[in-house]
Design a protein around this ligand. Structure first.
Ligand code: SF4
Length: 75
């Protein structure tokens, strides 16, 4: 994974002041490239649109994403 453009959390910190969504999802939560998908069973998935043009990016990144070279803030 050394050359991967995406990095994940090795562990979650207790007592974090971040919102639960931010600590669980990471950068994808606020990224222009994310596509939020809700299943019929009520599950939520976060698909990375960059993966459509760049195979180095996972279609469904393992969350939370902490560092990502493709991150672009939502407008
Ligand atoms: S570019 Fe990175 S931060 Fe943005 S949706 Fe894809 S994996 Fe998440």
């Amino acid at each position: 994974m050394e050359n991967s453009p995406v990095r994940y959390a090795a562990e979650m910190k207790e007592g974090s002041t971040e919102s639960p969504g931010k600590s669980r999802i990471g950068l994808c939560l606020d990224c222009h490239h994310v596509r939020r998908i809700e299943s019929a069973k009520g599950s939520t998935f976060y698909r990375c649109a960059v993966s459509e043009s760049d195979p180095k990016f996972a279609k469904y990144p393992r969350l939370p994403v902490l560092v990502c070279s493709g991150f672009k803030p939502k407008a």
